[in-house]
Design a protein. Sequence first.
Length: 185
Amino acid sequence: MGTECRGPHSRRRGFCVALGLVIGGALQSAAHAESEGTTLPTMQYASLPSAEKMKAPAATGSLPQANGSLTPSARFNSFVGLGSIVLRSEAPTGCLPAALKDVVADVSAKFGSVSVESTHRSAGRNRRAGGADHSLHLACRAIDFRVHSRIRGVMAYLRSRPEVGGLKIYRNGIIHIDNGERRSW
């Protein structure tokens, strides 16, 4: 079966030959199926839900907020899914305030990957970690994390965020933020 190339594709002979093989092959397959007494499956198209149903969470799953941005928890979780935020198994995040999750997601977007080292702690674990008696880690209101970037820039950025109350950087490079009163130590 020959395919003749005319028009804008006439200069690209390789394209015309390949197109001819694809079209010719499909026609030959259909002719072969017909001669064998079999039929090819028909094309089927899926229907999209109506415009009203496209807004319903049951039809679409989790949707962004009305203003087009993700909720802080959804945004944080999307960064975790992408690997931009890495969680230690001992660092649960479900109990964290949304504002702190949003700050960590922003740090990841602005400065690179973040490794969340500690969030909620039991009293015993808090003692073993050297935490204060009334640490906000006990109430799941604090996050300790590492950023593999320029620490001075990260710290300046965190100081500018009103959601961050307590802010400290430890000698080992771990940064502590919480949503308590504004302070550093």
